[in-house]
Design a protein around this ligand. Sequence first.
Ligand code: IPE
Ligand code: IPE
Ligand code: MG
Length: 260
Amino acid sequence: MSKAGVRVEFDVENATDKLPRHIAIVMDGNGRWANRRHRPRTFGHRAGQKAVRATIEACLRRGIAALTVFAFSSENWQRPDEEVGALMTLFLKALGREVDELHDHGVRVRFIGELGAFSPALRERMRAAMEKTRGNGKLAFNIAVNYGGRWDIAQAARHAAQAVVRDEITPARIDETFLASHFALADLPPLDLFIRTGGEKRVSNFLLWQLAYAELYFTDTLWPDFDAACLDAALADFAARERRYGKTSAQLSSGTAGAS
Ligand code: IPE
Ligand code: IPE
Ligand code: MG
């Protein structure tokens, strides 16, 4: 049984072929979690860190190749200064505290987004974390900060334009494959499973291009309450989906038209 009392039929321990290779999570609901406890929103952000640790551990146990979390959107700068400041302090401290342990567990840490907007101290810690863990292969853990899906598309388009200006390609070469290779995380397996906690059913400018054929999973659980059992519930739901990629169910079950 999962925490919510819903029976999880799926035997996650023995279902490696039905597991997603790449999971992305919009970690939403920290503020409401704190509000319900009559505490400031930052209390919820602090509590959310435990859920990040639990999710990384669960992904390592399950053999998931890549986990990408949305920690701070390009729109989140619009929040009150105290909240933005508290989040920056939290990121700085978490980086100081967690990177060695992640490294010991074989986790490769990467930040995606427009990192130039952050303080030099934070940028340096991000750089150091990426540098230290770059050789690790157990789990690619990507943290989207000052990230926006529209920004990602714009920067891929800019790279394409630059390649044309340098005479490396003609505009005719700019197709889906070319663009795809210039998005954040292009080197990782395609996004299989998108999870959003906190009950909202929207993408909020997360990985727009990469979401094209991801399976979407929404849960009312607020992010600080998310744990390994919640992840298993999402994995069970994912395993029950039929990913048709435009084909028919019959084509898939005849085994002659495998999706790639
Ligand atoms: C997500 O939780 C964390 C960040 C956006 C940094 P929220 O802070 O959005 O929490 P709610 O949605 O207000 O409850
Ligand atoms: C999305 O959550 C961004 C992160 C979780 C970092 P928001 O709480 O900012 O999204 P909206 O405002 O509800 O769309
Ligand atoms: Mg929110």
